[in-house]
Design a protein around this ligand. Sequence first.
Ligand code: DHB
Ligand code: FE
Length: 281
Amino acid sequence: MAKIIGGITSSHIPAVGNAISNNLQQEPYWKRFFDGYGPAKEWLKNARPDVVIVVYNDHGLNFFLDTVPTFALGCADEYFNADEGWGLKPVAPFKGNAPLSWHLAESLVEQEFDITMCQEMKVDHGFVNPIRALYGDHEIWPVEAIPLAVNTVQHPVPTARRCYKLGKALGKALESYPEDTRVVILGTGGMSHQLQGERAGIIDTDFDLECMDKIATDPEWFANLSNTDIMRIAGTEGIETIMWMVMRGALKDDAKVIHKHYHAPISNTGAGVLVLDNEAE
Ligand code: DHB
Ligand code: FE
């Protein structure tokens, strides 16, 4: 049986990818941010997932504004990164797990989540940077990865509650997978940021810290927020934090908080790391 051993959240800021490529982790601007991943990396070493399901939003590398699926699941054996701008150097391709993806697709559709199935899917910084922050760079990645893309770009965007419910359905889908597979769910994006318009650059640290607490221990609080509420407080791109709720929904209600770290600003964004253990007593 597949087992969800835990969940992690991470922002997916492009500048983080460039900092890793240029080995800047110990520089004053970056040190505290990257140190925040230390306990998550330690936890991963013991947890030894076979597969990480990465919940992220595509920013225009694979989908463009003419066609944006609300939820899209990678169902391929391999996923390629590519030049998406930001000065980011494309990284090595990621090995997928197509049999698990197809099982998830079947179960999710049965549970009334009519996701788009992608047999080819280029993955952008939303997917790549959190994996790089947690595992470092590799020519052959030490874990299989399955992309689950959520539309946070083209309105109407799904609500936090819908994402939470998707997480619950994902958890059920994994429970019924017959192979012994250890799975971590990685929710990416957020926290507060807005990249354009009059309000660009504003970060709400108090709101971010409250979100981190509540998503970990009282996810109903976040599920009750409307997208308008979230964007008003956290900015238009702050809506990305809804993807953390997919991770949260997939885990047990009483999953144990192993680690929590927040740093702002990195680039234009408040950056949070959460680690929840689904198996701890
Ligand atoms: C930034 C953050 C993002 O989530 C993103 O997708 C692009 C840029 C930033 O802070 O610069
Ligand atoms: Fe983003």
